[in-house]
Ligand binder design. Structure first.
Ligand code: 5HM
Length: 325
């Protein structure tokens, strides 16, 4: 049981690295592994690792979460934020296993909208145990030639005591890399659904069948584990989504995200303030505007940076300090 993601992350990483159950080489990659772990997070809104050594890419995290919620399988969208996504794409245009958006909103040959179905099922029976969103699909190609197989089996939601509890089920999760973005996105989805349903955010449970650390990451992992001894208490609070149905705001964010990514617009603070969305969502657009400068000019525009919430400044400064001069 952990209060927040950071505590869970460090402990899971430490256990996997220092006390592995197995050392093996799935698909030829040497790794240390533990089987069947469950992580319980009391406050899923605290979905990040603040440790400087981890250098979490908060802009990618938000981009991936809204990419899932957009229902898109476009490589272009997500590759802009993390160029290594290309290697998972067979056709250079789309992602299959890794793109959870189409799984959630247009699953399989019947294009099932699992999100809307979930809302209907909760209306019918608030206590339901059937609030399951399937992600891994038995139709996926499991042979070695396919490197893009869904690592997430599904997400299950429970309405209990006026709060939305969530269980994530993963067949495989990288304890150093993947878990950071996966828990971020799944708890973001949890918060999006909770606010849509007018519920509080309940606990998040992350169930992983195999968690592992790949050998080339060993040095990074050791640095994080050392860093975690010195720097334990975070001085930040992660921002909370407005208590309302946030879909209209998210749609506006998605429209501007695309324009920023394709350099069709630049946003000044004055222009940003005129957009009719909540401050929570304006901060996401501010992060994407800052990323536009990072991507196209290798530079962080200070006149934008200074308007970021301090918690986001921490992540941007920690990751791209050399571009802040
Ligand atoms: O051989 P396999 O398909 O399991 O390799 C995929 C690797 O990516 C695993 O190490 C898995 O833990 C990691 N991964 C992750 O941690 C992949 C995805 C993509 O679905 C993910 N989290 N979301």
């Amino acid at each position: 049981k952990y209060k927040n993601f950071e505590e869970a992350y460090i402990e899971n990483l430490r256990e996997t690295y220092c006390n592995p159950e197995f050392e093996n080489s799935p698909r030829g990659y040497k790794s240390r592994e533990r089987l069947n772990c469950t992580i319980e997070i009391e406050n899923p809104i605290e979905r990040v690792c603040y440790l400087p050594a981890r250098k979490e890419n908060i802009i990618f995290n938000f981009a991936e979460a809204i990419w899932y919620l957009s229902g898109s399988n476009s490589l272009e969208f997500i590759d802009y934020y993390a160029s290594n996504m290309k290697k998972y794409s067979a056709d250079g245009k789309t992602l299959k296993g890794t793109a959870y958006g189409p799984k959630i909103f247009t699953f399989g040959s019947n294009a099932i909208n699992q999100w809307n179905r979930l809302i209907d099922i909760f209306k019918e029976d608030p206590d339901t145990k059937r609030g399951f969103v399937q992600i891994f699909d038995a139709n996926e190609d499991l042979h070695l030639t396919n490197i893009d197989v869904s690592c997430t089996i599904g997400l299950q939601f429970f309405q209990r005591k006026n709060a939305l509890y969530t269980c994530g089920y993963m067949r495989a999760n990288d304890a150093y890399r993947g878990i950071v973005s996966d828990v971020f996105s799944f708890t973001f989805i949890q918060e999006m659904l909770a606010t849509q349903m007018g519920l509080k955010v309940g606990r998040y449970y992350h169930n992983i069948a195999t968690t592992h650390v790949y050998e080339p990451d060993n040095q990074h992992v050791e640095r994080i584990l050392v860093d975690s001894i010195h720097d334990t208490v975070s001085k930040f609070c992660f921002p909370t989504m407005p208590h309302k149905n946030n879909w209209d705001d998210l749609k506006v964010v998605l429209e501007y995200e695309e324009l920023l990514r394709n350099k069709k617009i630049e946003l000044s603070i004055e222009k940003l303030n005129k957009i009719g969305i909540d401050n929570y969502w304006k901060q996401l657009l501010l992060l994407f505007s800052i990323y536009q400068g990072i991507y196209y000019n290798n530079k962080i525009e200070f006149h934008l940076y200074k308007y970021l919430y301090p918690v986001y400044q921490h992540f941007v400064k920690n990751r791209w300090s050399e571009m802040l001069k």
